[in-house]
Design a protein around this ligand. Structure first.
Ligand code: 26W
Length: 808
């Protein structure tokens, strides 16, 4: 047994001791919050022991290291997963039991760091867990937002945003690393000076911000590796800098402090929608620059100034374009700080930076005004212009024509904007999509011209999720059943979940599987009662759509279908269906008007059904408030049907789809993103596929859209449901409340909701039929869990390592 293992008795003693020393309390009169702190810091002690040891060995490490830069790391709570990864579940369970403590109640006290919006941020967190568990040396780097993603309240049937000050009670998991504080410069102007016969560029009149790192340990499962998640906080430097020479006063100094801390104040709540806010650009440069300064410092500690060794010793992975300024910043550090020439610096950067694209939505592609870049980051802007000049020269040469129209499309700076995606594609050694379909779309459409110009760097690696959090920790019932049935090898080799396949035919196994699902539904209902004073009937089918609210994800398709079901129930006295609760979880970006209207629609439908006794027998709609990682951990294990309805070609991958599948929910989905690969894994009998394929969708775009009115005229059920949006059925006092949704669907919807409705509604009829045949349904559910192993992020990380990083 590793020496860092704590036994049950020492865990108990530690908890009691901490309550006494830090709170002056006994167990009996301590609050849940205090108990949480005592338990968490016991776990932390255990991790710290491992961390110290790991860092000791890491000091002499001469191999390659990965820096994973992401503007979001949606880690969720840490306590449970940390205990799990320490392989100490049994010890803690027993210790807490013997102290008379309820384990779930204590876990609930941990504030959830909401340092991300959705898929991209959660993916980064799964990656870190897998990197550690596979013992790969890596550091995750991001911003220490004082306010994470807003908390969502539903008031008067609408979303209201509340600030999320998750750090109020401190964060047990982090330690500051003052030795690595560094300075980031903004503004000023560039001067050319002649030094030792070389032209040097020097930034003058800038404004300094200090970057303070806080480190959170990421312990791998059952191994010695403890990687670090480094979060950077912004503060004003204590010492006077150039700006303060101009008549600094006390109140001015405080103002400076306030302004500086703005940079790491709040996470932008937009998902898949870009706005050129200056503060956002500051955030990106701030954490990117700090990270690269640290990476270079660590490189020099390890290898001195032999900079040409950099590509061999580190990879800088940028999670979408948000940390893309790593490219010019790295060039700047190598040239201006270390004295390298352009060609050497450029060679190093182009062999060190790898880029993942996560979206093809044009409104999400980052473009910064050149003007803003020039004012905020003058030296970086100069470098960007020079990169652009050289890339355009190469292109002109390649096309044998300096006027080729493709050059403007591929340029880094064009028409007054800096195109971050072009920068990242041009300058990194690897560009990857996040599912096979997405990878194809990148090559054939989004980055078509670049793909033809430099095909070798393009690849696709399908996303994954950590089965430790998303199965072992969140669904203990299923985890135990699986271990009892096929042993525990699947924990290290999740593909072995396949061994469950034969048990589809075992009636006793199916019964156990069903019992667990039912129990998870009860747990979810309890959680809902506790979170929002609502309950759901565990005998209903749980039909779940949980993800950010976005037009392309088509929550509207689901909502319209519920209205159609409602009408069938109300119009036909003989109608029956499997009782079903439609559960939604979704945050809308605060400034996204239509998304907020869609939430209103869903809640209005829910209320309509609740006041209609006949409908209530078959139908319920629940809007789960403040859907976050913890909410997902309770909702996903309870789901029967997983709704993945994006317009084909729009969802780069999806990862929620994988979590549902792993927990035995059957997918209702379009042939989009990773749904395609789920389909390939489970086969057509174990998934419900509907709607247009991606190629049909892109044909439709080429033809200039579709005629929703035509569908409206020919589908009476759909017409009825649409009319009810505006005829007072939902809002008797103000029928026009949701008229914008009505008009959107009929006149401007770019995501073809009505077009796919018929096929969706047919597929839903099949769900109803199949669910009645419980054995058939259970076989499908088990198949989904059994085939979910390839979607473990362990597989994903191994592929990144084999194809991109080459860490060992
Ligand atoms: C600048 C505004 C902004 C913010 C976030 C633009 C784009 C983003 C992200 C790239 C959006 C995102 O989270 N994309 C999701 O990434 C997941 C992980 O790869 C995929 O599974 C989802 O399909 C994709 O939507």
């Amino acid at each position: 047994m590793p020496t860092t293992q704590f036994d049950k008795e020492s865990i108990k003693q530690s908890i009691i001791g901490k309550l006494q020393r830090y709170n002056g309390r006994t167990l009996e009169d301590a609050t849940d919050q205090q108990i949480y702190n005592a338990v968490a810091s016991t776990v932390r002690d255990q991790i710290m022991q491992k961390w110290v040891k790991y860092r000791e060995t890491d000091k002499d490490y001469t191999g390659k290291r990965l820096y994973y830069l992401s503007v979001e790391f949606l880690t969720g709570r840490s306590l449970h997963c940390n205990i799990l990864n320490l392989c100490s579940t049994q010890e803690y369970l027993e210790a807490l039991n013997e102290l008379g403590l309820d384990w779930h109640r204590i876990f609930r006290e941990e504030p959830e760091p909401g340092l991300g919006n959705g898929g991209l941020g959660r993916l980064a967190a799964c990656f870190l867990d897998s990197l550690s568990s596979l013992s790969m040396p890596a550091m995750g780097c991001t911003i220490r937002y004082e306010y994470g993603l807003f908390r969502q309240r539903i008031l008067g049937g609408q979303q209201v945003e509340v600030p999320d000050s998750w750090l109020d009670n401190g964060n047990v998991w982090e330690v500051s690393a003052m030795e690595d504080v560094c300075v980031v410069h903004f503004g000023g102007h560039v001067e050319m000076v002649n030094e030792d016969d070389r032209i040097k560029f020097v930034l003058k009149g800038y404004h300094s911000i200090e970057a303070v790192p806080y480190d959170m340990p990421v312990a791998g499962y059952g191994c010695d590796t403890v990687n670090t998640l480094r979060t950077w906080r912004a503060r004003a430097p204590k010492n006077v800098d150039e700006t303060n020479y101009m008549g600094g006063s006390y109140s001015r100094a405080l103002q400076e402090q306030e302004l500086a801390s703005m940079i790491s104040k709040v996470l932008y709540p937009e998902d898949n929608n870009y706005e050129g806010k200056q503060l956002r650009l500051k955030q990106h440069y701030f954490f990117t620059s700090a990270t690269l300064q640290y990476a270079l410092k660590d490189f020099k500690r390890r290898f001195g100034t032999n900079f040409m060794l950099i590509p061999e010793k580190m990879t800088i992975h940028i999670n979408d374009t948000h940390p893309g300024l790593a490219i010019p910043e790295f060039m700047r550090l190598l040239m201006d700080e270390e004295g390298l020439g352009w060609d050497e610096a450029s060679w190093i950067v182009q062999h060190t930076i790898a880029y993942t694209n996560h979206t093809v939505m044009s409104e999400a592609l980052e473009k910064w005004p050149e003007q803003m870049m020039a004012e905020l980051l003058p030296r970086i802007y100069m470098i960007l212009q020079e990169i652009n000049r050289r890339v355009c020269l190469r292109l002109a040469d390649h096309y044998q024509n300096g006027e080729d129209p493709r050059i403007a499309k591929m340029a880094i700076t064009a028409y007054g904007m800096v195109h971050m995606a072009n920068l990242c594609v041009a300058m990194s050694y690897s560009v990857n999509g996040v599912s096979q379909l997405h990878g194809e779309i990148l090559k054939n459409d989004t980055f078509k011209d670049y793909y033809e110009f430099m095909p070798a760097k393009f690849t696709a690696i399908t996303n994954g999720i950590t089965h430790r959090r998303w199965l072992m920790a969140c669904n203990t019932g299923l985890r135990n059943l699986i271990c009892d049935t096929i042993g525990d090898q699947w924990i290290r080799e999740p593909e072995r979940l396949q061994d469950l396949l034969p048990y589809r035919d075992d009636a006793a196994f199916r019964a156990e599987f069903a019992k667990i699902k039912r129990h998870n539904k009860e747990l979810f209902s309890d959680m809902l009662m506790q979170r929002q004073k609502m309950s759901v009937d565990p005998d209903f089918m749980f039909d779940v759509q949980a993800k950010r609210l976005h037009e392309y994800k088509r929550q509207l398709l689901n909502a319209l279908h519920i209205m159609v079901l409602y009408n069938r129930i109300m119009d036909d006295p003989n109608f029956t269906m499997v009782p079903r609760v439609f559960i939604f979880g979704a945050k809308a970006s605060p400034a996204y008007y239509l998304a907020k209207q869609i939430i209103r629609l869903i809640i209005a439908i829910s209320k309509l059904i609740d006041r209609t006794p006949r409908a209530k027998k078959f139908l319920r709609v629940v809007f789960m408030e403040n859907y976050d990682v913890s909410g997902a951990e309770s909702l996903i294990p309870a789901a029967d049907l997983s709704e993945q309805l994006s317009t084909a070609g729009k969802e780069a991958s999806g990862t929620g789809n994988m979590k549902f599948m792993m927990n035995g929910a059957v997918t209702m989905g379009t042939m989009d993103g990773a749904n395609v690969e789920i389909y390939e894994q489970v086969g057509q009998d174990n998934i419900y596929i509907f709607g247009m394929r991606a190629d049909t969708v892109s044909d439709l775009y080429r033809e200039g859209g579709y005629a929703p009115m035509h569908i409206y005229e020919n589908n009476a059920e759909l017409r009825h449901a649409l009319t009810q949006i505006i005829d007072g059925t939902l809002f008797p006092d103000n029928p026009a409340t949701l008229q914008d949704i009505y008009h959107y669907l009929l006149f401007s919807d770019p995501y073809f909701v009505l077009k796919d409705f018929g096929s969706y509604s047919m597929a839903q009829r099949r769900v109803d039929q199949d669910y009645r045949l419980q054995d058939k349904w259970l076989r499908m559910a088990i198949t989904n869990t059994a085939c979910s192993g390839v979607f473990s992020s362990d597989r994903t990380i191994k592929e990144y390592n084999d194809r991109i990083w080459h860490l060992k």
